[in-house]
Design a protein. Structure first.
Length: 250
């Protein structure tokens, strides 16, 4: 098997930057998106969210977050030092789907136990990070889809990183099905103690490939390093490491 060392953009012929495992690549010079394995144009919708904050504004947002809430040390903002602020456009698949689950189970909290049947029907814009080895709290990220625009490489900051997808649409759809099935099984177990039968039907409407601006921020507090993920589109903290209230006292 030959190893591909260089692939050029099908639109402008510039070399594509990609890493092993990446499947869908976007040209940094013209914004053309293509499937690496075939060199063909990516035919699905490719959208993006705009980053609305510069480095100084991000630092202010972080300090405001540090001062808010009741579970943070009182001196967190004052005693912390921001070490790194990296803007990365992460690739996501957003699968729009209606999932209907029917189930039968035993409700054992009554004597005698009774058999119950139920239905769970929900619509989702299910978020799937298109990177297989990267950890990201997708369930905690409320993607502001109202702000999405067609992908425009000219709106990407020169200092920002743009990661390509390691996942095709069919993989994203299959993982979405698996995750929703698990989620609905969890919901069904809130109603019955033991599931006898369960089945989920899916009605897929669309799958959108989207790049979202995420700030990866590292800060130091009393000699330890912590991380914050901040949504560059809305300025909200998606997830942040919080030192214990008793940190450094023991």
């Amino acid at each position: 098997m030959s190893i591909v060392k260089e692939i050029r953009c099908s639109s402008c012929s510039a070399p594509l930057d990609f890493e092993p495992g990446e499947i869908v690549a976007t040209c940094r010079y013209c914004g053309f998106t293509q499937v690496i394995e075939t060199g063909k144009a990516f035919t699905l919708e490719h959208s993006m969210l705009l980053n609305e904050y510069n480095s100084e504004q991000v630092e202010k947002l972080v300090h405001n977050w540090m001062r808010s809430g009741f579970l943070k040390p009182r001196d967190l903002a004052r005693s912390s030092k921001i070490l790194e602020k990296t803007l990365t456009y992460l690739p996501f698949w957003i699968v729009s789907v209606t999932a209907t689950t029917t189930y039968k189970g035993i409700f054992e909290r009554l004597v005698p136990p009774v058999v119950k049947e139920g239905e769970i029907k929900k619509k989702y814009n299910w978020l799937m990070l298109a990177r297989k080895a990267t950890q990201f709290p997708t369930r905690e990220y409320d993607v502001p889809l109202d702000g999405k625009i067609s992908y425009d490489f000219r709106k990407i900051e020169g200092f920002a990183k743009v990661l390509n997808s390691e996942m095709e649409k069919r993989d994203a759809v299959e993982l979405t099905r698996q995750q929703i099935e698990g989620h609905h099984q969890f919901l069904a177990k809130q109603d019955v103690d033991k599931i006898i039968e369960i089945k989920t039907d899916f009605k897929m409407s669309e799958a959108v490939y989207l790049h979202a601006p995420i700030w990866f921020i590292s800060y130091e507090y009393k000699g330890e390093r912590f991380q914050i993920l901040l949504d560059g589109s809305t300025g909200t903290v998606i997830k942040g490491d919080i030192p214990s209230m008793n940190f450094g006292l023991l």
